[in-house]
Design a protein around this ligand. Structure first.
Ligand code: A2P
Ligand code: MG
Ligand code: MG
Ligand code: MG
Length: 323
C-alpha cells in the first residue's frame, strides 16, 4: 500500500511518545511558560524528541514542522528541565545522550515544502496538565495535501461520553484508504465512519474545554441552527476530531474567540485530525467553507475558524454562520 512505511513509522513513534506522556502525566508534571504565555512540559519536549528521532532515522530527507524547539532547554536556567526530559527519553531509547535529545527536538524546526511532516507532540497541553484529554498529532503533507495522519489519544475511551471500553486510542488514516481506530494494546485496527444523519443519539457537537480558544456562545447558536439541540461535549485537543471520525459527534466547531480575533490556527493543531475525519467520510473547512491551507506556512494565515462535520450537515453550518 502507498505510504505503508510512513504509516508504520508514524504509528510506532506515536505509541512510544504516548507511553512517555502517560508516565509523565501520572507524575503530575510542572508547566513552564513559553514566550507566547502558553504552557509546555517535559512531556511535550520528550514526545517531540522521540517522534523526530524516528522520522529522521526512517526518512532523513523529510522536514518536520513541529510545535516545540529546544531554545529554552539549551539555556542555563532550564538545565534541570533538560535533565528530566533526557531521563524520560532514555526510558525508551536507553543510549540517548542529552545532546541527541536537543538535536532531535530541533529537528522539528523544519519549514513547509513539497513534502514534510507536521507534529504536535502534545496537543492540548492544558488538558494534559488537568489530567484530562490530550493528543499526539503527526501528519505527512505532500504537494499541499495531507497523505497520512496518526492521532494518539492516550486518555480517550472507546465510548467517549461514558468512559466505557479501552482507554488509549490511535486514529489512523492514509489518503484514499479510509480511517481506522486501533485501541492501544490491540493488534487489530477497525474501520471507523462518521455518524449517519439519522442517528439522533450521536448528533451532538464537540468544542474545546477552554472557552478562550473559541466562541462558546456562538458555537452553541450555530449548532442549534444546524439542528443540534443537545449541549456540547467539551473535550481538549484534537481528540475532538476522533469523536467526529468515530461517529460519536456530528460536528466540531472552533470559531474565533472575540478576545483574540487575530488568532490564526497552526497546521499541527489540525492536520492529523483533519485527514482522519475526511477519510472517515466527513468534511473539514474553515468558517467560510474554504479548505484549510496546509502548505503555505506553519500558521494558516488565510483561514479563520474551523468547522469539522460528518458531511451532510456541513453546508447548513456554513450557511448558519452567514458570512
Ligand atoms: N488563543 C488560542 N485560540 C485557539 N487555540 C489556542 C489558543 N492558544 C492555544 N491554542 C491551542 O489550542 C489547542 C488546544 O485545543 P483545544 O482548545 O481544542 O483543547 C492547542 O493546539 C493549543 O495549543 P497546544 O498544542 O499548545 O496545547
Ligand atoms: Mg496544539
Ligand atoms: Mg502542543
Ligand atoms: Mg503548546
Amino acid at each position: 500500500m502507498a505510504y505503508e512505511a510512513e504509516l508504520q513509522v508514524a504509528m510506532a513513534a506515536t505509541l512510544a511518545a504516548a507511553k512517555l506522556c502517560q508516565k509523565v502525566q501520572a507524575e503530575i508534571p510542572k508547566a513552564l511558560e513559553k514566550k507566547d504565555r502558553t504552557p509546555v512540559t517535559i512531556a511535550d519536549y520528550g514526545s517531540q524528541a522521540l517522534i523526530c528521532r524516528a522520522i529522521a532515522a526512517a526518512f532523513p530527507n523529510d522536514a518536520i514542522v513541529g510545535e516545540e524547539d529546544a531554545v529554552a532547554l539549551r539555556s542555563a536556567e532550564q538545565a534541570d528541565t533538560l535533565v528530566h526530559v533526557a531521563q524520560q527519553v532514555r526510558e525508551l531509547v536507553p543510549d540517548a545522550g542529552t545532546q541527541d535529545v536537543l538535536n532531535w527536538i530541533d529537528r522539528g524546526n523544519g519549514t513547509v515544502g513539497d513534502r514534510f511532516w507536521t507534529l504536535d507532540p502534545i496537543d492540548g497541553t492544558k488538558g494534559f496538565l488537568r489530567g484530562e484529554q490530550y493528543a499526539i498529532a503527526l501528519a505527512l503533507v505532500e504537494a499541499g495535501e495531507i497523505k497520512v495522519g496518526v492521532l494518539g489519544c492516550p486518555n480517550l475511551t472507546e465510548d467517549i461520553e461514558t468512559g466505557a471500553g479501552t482507554r488509549g486510542l490511535l486514529f489512523l488514516a492514509v489518503r484514499g484508504k479510509g480511517a481506522q481506530l486501533l485501541p492501544f494494546g490491540s493488534q487489530a485496527a477497525r474501520p471507523i465512519r462518521v455518524v449517519d444523519p439519522d442517528d439522533a443519539a450521536n448528533l451532538r457537537f464537540v468544542e474545546s474545554v477552554e472557552s478562550a480558544h473559541g466562541d462558546p456562545a456562538r458555537q452553541a447558536a450555530i449548532a442549534k441552527a444546524a439542528g443540534i439541540a443537545s449541549p456540547s461535549l467539551r473535550i481538549d485537543s484534537q481528540c475532538k476530531y476522533g469523536a467526529v471520525a468515530s461517529g460519536q459527534a456530528a460536528l466540531y466547531l472552533r470559531l474565533p474567540s472575540p478576545k483574540t480575533p487575530g488568532y490564526r490556527e497552526n497546521i499541527w493543531d489540525h492536520a492529523a485530525g483533519a485527514i482522519v475525519v475526511e477519510e472517515a467520510g466527513g468534511r473539514v473547512t474553515d468558517m467560510f467553507g474554504e479548505p484549510l491551507e496546509w502548505h503555505k506556512g506553519a500558521k494558516m494565515l488565510n483561514n479563520q475558524g474551523v468547522v469539522v462535520s460528518n458531511g451532510p450537515i456541513h453546508d447548513a453550518v456554513i450557511s448558519a454562520l452567514g458570512i
